[in-house]
Every structure is written in structure tokens, then in C-alpha cells.
Design a protein around this ligand. Structure first.
Ligand SMILES: O=c1ccn([C@@H]2O[C@H](COP(=O)(O)O)[C@@H](O)[C@H]2O)c(=O)[nH]1
Length: 241
């Protein structure tokens, strides 16, 4: 998969003001080229942040995790696509029909509008979910089997990839092939706080397992020197060929 090494680190901007976003992006400078905008930020400042990041020449993963009936998800994605994000996402547990409708409508809308189609990826099982949570919602398949099953379902529905934990990346890579995007949050450099994540791995292990992109938030945002933290992670990533 031909992805520039620097574009494989996606920094999560879990803030609620543009001031905080601008301060971090300025601090990280050219070291970081890809950012993730999630619910906290989007619900506070709206699409402005995506346009601003694109204007700074940054790539954007707009992580709003859509989950609704097929027509509503497809319509939502078609509204979001005009913001210019590189990646949008839905929940794979919405099912095949929802994902297929979403992918088909997104591709048709991009063609009609003459704009590049964002990549569409699916959340498999959230990286915060541990065995107890999983059992608690009545799931019976082992988590990793469910992740692979949802990844294959997403691929068959025409999606470009999935979000999964780095612990499942190798199984997904084997099942879904070399070009499938595997975006992994739940990445923690050795010795960092785990926070509310459960199924974690280090940056090097995530890449070794076959992740295409690593999403990392608090280990960079909460660091005393966020730029040094990001550069240390990039250096660790470079050790994996
Ligand atoms: O399964 C998932 C899906 C999305 N996320 C998001 O990634 C970042 C992780 O941030 P950290 O601070 O590095 O834990 C966060 O924005 C989540 O919403 C995830 O963690 N797991």
C-alpha cells in the first residue's frame, strides 16, 4: 500500500474550541499531516474545522461514526462530503445494506459533483470495549472473530477499510487484503497512560500487525511537549519497514 510514512499518523483533535485546535496544529507544524475530527469538536464548532485544516494543507479523517437506517446514513454522508474530508465513517454493525447504500450513494454523489470521493470506512468493535463490556451487550463471538467478520462485511459492501484495534490488524489484513485501510486507535507508546482504551498496542506493533494508519490522541495532546511526543512516535513508526 503506497501511503507516505508521515500520512500514517493521524492525531485526534479531541478539543471543543478552534483556539485549542489552532494551537496544537501550530505546535506540531510540519511533523503531522493528518488529523482526526471527532464528535466533541464537530458538535462544538461544526464544519469550519474541517475546512480550516484542509486550508492548512492537512488531511482529515472526519470520525462521526454514523449509525442509522441506510437512507439517513447515506444522506448524512452526502452532506458531509462537501467539507472535503479524506475519510468518513459509519458503524459496521449498521449492517450490509446500510454500508452498501452509503458507499453507492457517496460514489454517485462524488461523480455528480465532480469532486474526489472520500474514503469510507467502518467501525468494527470500539477499541475501548473489553471482554466484560462485550459480554454485557450479549455478544457471543470472541471479539476478534466479530471484528474480522465485520471487516469482511464492510469490504463486501464496497467500503475502503475499517477502524479496529491494532490487536486485530493482522487478522484483518489477512482476510481483507493489502489495499484495505486498517485505521487503528488504541495505540499507546510503551509506558503511556492507557486511559479508557482496552485493546491496545504500541505504534511499532500496530504497523507490524498491518495497520495502514494509527490514530493517536492523548499521548500527544497531553504530553508536555506534543511535538516531541509526535516525533518520537514517528521515529518508532520508521523502525517498521
Ligand atoms: O474504536 C475506536 C474508534 C475511534 N476512536 C477514537 O480515536 C481517538 C483515540 O484517542 P486517544 O486519546 O489516543 O485514546 C478518540 O478520538 C476516539 O474517539 C477510538 O479510540 N476507538
Amino acid at each position: 500500500m503506497a501511503i507516505k510514512a508521515d500520512d500514517r499518523l493521524i492525531v485526534a483533535l479531541d478539543f471543543h474550541t478552534m483556539e485549542d485546535v489552532k494551537a496544537l496544529v501550530e505546535k506540531l507544524g510540519d511533523s503531522v499531516s493528518y488529523y482526526k475530527v471527532g464528535m466533541e469538536l464537530f458538535y462544538s464548532v461544526g464544519g469550519e474545522v474541517v475546512r480550516w485544516l484542509r486550508g492548512q494543507g492537512k488531511h482529515v479523517f472526519l470520525d462521526l461514526k454514523l449509525h442509522d437506517i441506510p437512507n439517513t446514513v447515506a444522506g448524512g454522508l452526502c452532506s458531509l462530503m462537501d467539507l472535503g474530508a479524506d475519510i468518513l465513517n459509519v458503524h459496521a454493525s449498521g449492517g450490509y445494506t446500510m454500508m452498501k447504500t452509503a458507499a453507492d450513494r457517496l460514489h454517485a454523489a462524488a461523480e455528480e459533483r465532480g469532486i474526489p470521493c472520500p474514503k469510507l470506512i467502518a467501525i468494527t468493535v470500539l477499541t475501548s470495549i473489553n471482554q466484560e463490556d462485550w459480554d454485557g451487550v450479549g455478544q457471543t463471538l470472541p471479539i476478534q472473530d466479530a471484528v474480522v467478520r465485520l471487516a469482511k462485511l464492510a469490504k463486501s459492501a464496497g467500503l475502503d477499510g475499517v477502524v479496529a484495534s491494532p490487536q486485530e490488524a493482522a487478522l484483518i489484513r489477512e482476510a481483507c487484503g493489502a489495499d484495505f485501510l486498517i485505521v487503528t486507535p488504541g495505540v499507546r507508546p510503551a509506558g503511556s497512560a492507557i486511559n479508557d482504551q482496552s485493546r491496545i498496542a504500541t505504534p511499532a506493533k500496530a504497523l507490524t500487525n498491518g495497520a495502514s494508519h494509527l490514530v493517536i490522541g492523548r499521548p500527544i495532546r497531553a504530553a508536555e511537549d506534543p511535538k516531541a511526543a509526535a516525533e518520537a512516535i514517528l521515529k518508532e513508526m520508521e523502525t517498521v519497514k
